[in-house]
Design a protein. Sequence first.
Length: 206
Amino acid sequence: MALQIDAKGGLIVRAPYQVKERAILEFIERNQDWIDKAKKVSKDRARERKEYQPVIGGRFLFLGKEYIISETNERKIQCLEDRIRIPQNSEADKELSQWLKKQARSFLKARVKDHAARMGFGPEEIRITQARSRWGSCSGRNVISFSYRLMMCPEEVIDYVIIHELCHIPEKNHKNSFWQLVEAFDPDYKKHREWLHSHGFLMEVI
Ligand SMILES: [Zn+2]
């Protein structure tokens, strides 16, 4: 049997057809702590997703720094102090995602170059994608891809993702030897990986 909390915080229990109702109820009771915890996480994430919607007045993260989305008379997005201003009468989500893509292209390419020089191996090609399923990936022929959404993360977390993907050039797996290599270039990688886990909702907001 397995338990799952859906996006609305509801409990889903999966059980084989022949399992008796009583056994299912006992299973739920035994796992009540897990259920309570998972429901709280689901609720927090739903709240965060709502707060970070790309609308005027919403919150926006860029390089880990928090901004409030507001408007400007100018034609281009302006990122000043604690405000990110988008042109009036434009669609906030389109403006912001295009802006993030543009930032991603210059920032990530320069950063990969720096890390590759330090680490001693680099990719065949760097691509910026719209992926919602993962922050970065490395193909069999060492083409490294990053979701433009990565630009919402703090710089040290972005560095971790870059180092992670670069380490897949010599190590095409997630075995111990891979993680040792990651740790050699990012001693705090566990902290950074944890940040990504707790901010996965950012993949869905824009
Ligand atoms: Zn990996």
